[in-house]
Write a protein that binds this ligand. Structure first.
Ligand SMILES: Nc1ncnc2c1ncn2[C@@H]1O[C@H](COP(=O)(O)OP(=O)(O)OP(=O)(O)O)[C@@H](O)[C@H]1O
Ligand SMILES: [Mg+2]
Length: 258
């Protein structure tokens, strides 16, 4: 890990407007350290997906700057993984083929076939869906598709990982299991990550900081330090005083800004 103070993802005065001129994302400004993870909370329409799209390179136009390790993100050979809100799977390809294609695009230098297939199996197993490899996305539940999308994102081992409400279609138990799994894998394979959620618990469980976007786009987002919870053992977070204090704090911000 680089210790330079320029390291990580710098989102500098980023603002996005669509052609109508209306703001899709009000100004945001933060630095996510390399191998750090921030969660983003905000009401529907506040620009959460827009922020991820801008970072991922899907938006041709935005104001402000995006830097990675001190250099413009665009034009750098930085691998970015996006788990989009609608999973982003190719419906005409099987689960395994979806992951395979992404790996080939991410790493065009001939990777040994067997190594690649082992990786695919490994991530499907890690996500608890080893038996779904030959299925097609549209024959699966939303939660199963989400797990494929997450397996695919981890399989390409991106430098920057962007997740757009990746657990929203899961029931509570599965969701909690996957939150834990996700953190374990993130710790074992650290990547610079932005995680969008509309779930306050999830934001507190998974982020070193929580960025709360306001509904009024002329107001600045709230940046809430969350190390007091993030540093705890995952299993102990929910029952901790620190978690409860954050919950109160964030709910207050939401009452004022949503
Ligand atoms: N292609 C587009 N053209 C015009 N406006 C758009 C476009 N995409 C999004 N918007 C607008 O930008 C704003 C932010 O949308 P965005 O999808 O980023 O919100 P969000 O916070 O992700 O919401 P949700 O929680 O519902 O997913 C919304 O007002 C939306 O209508
Ligand atoms: Mg969205």
């Amino acid at each position: 890990m680089s210790s330079s103070k320029n390291s990580g993802l710098r989102v500098k005065e980023l603002e996005v407007a669509y052609k109508s001129g209306e703001l899709a994302l009000g100004r945001v400004d933060f630095t996510l350290p390399e191998h750090g993870i921030y969660t983003i909370l905000g009401p529907s329409g506040s620009g959460k997906s827009t922020l991820l799209r801008a970072v991922s390179g899907l938006l041709p136009e935005y104001r402000g700057e995006l830097l990675f390790n001190g250099q413009p993100l665009r034009g750098q050979d930085v691998l970015i993984g996006l788990v989009p809100q609608n999973y982003g799977l190719l419906p005409w390809k099987t689960v395994k083929a979806n992951i395979r294609v992404a790996m080939k695009i991410a790493n065009p230098k001939e990777q040994e076939r067997r190594a690649r297939e082992e990786q695919i199996d490994r991530w499907l197993t890690a996500m608890g869906i080893p038996e779904l490899g030959e299925r097609y996305p549209l024959s699966m539940s939303g939660g199963q598709q989400q797990r494929v999308a997450i397996a695919r994102a981890f399989a390409i081992a991106p430098s920057i990982l962007l997740l757009d409400e990746p657990f929203s279609a899961l029931d509570v138990m599965t969701r909690e299991a996957l939150q834990q799994l996700f953190l374990e894998h993130w710790r074992a394979n650290p990547t610079t990550a932005l995680f969008v959620t509309h779930d306050v618990d999830e934001a507190i469980l998974l982020g070193q900081k929580v960025i709360v976007l306001p509904s009024n786009k002329s107001e600045a987002p709230e940046m809430i330090d969350n190390e007091a919870v993030f540093g705890l053992d995952h299993a102990e977070k929910r029952a901790s005083d620190a978690f409860f204090a954050q919950m109160k704090r964030i709910r207050k911000v939401m009452q004022e800004k949503w």
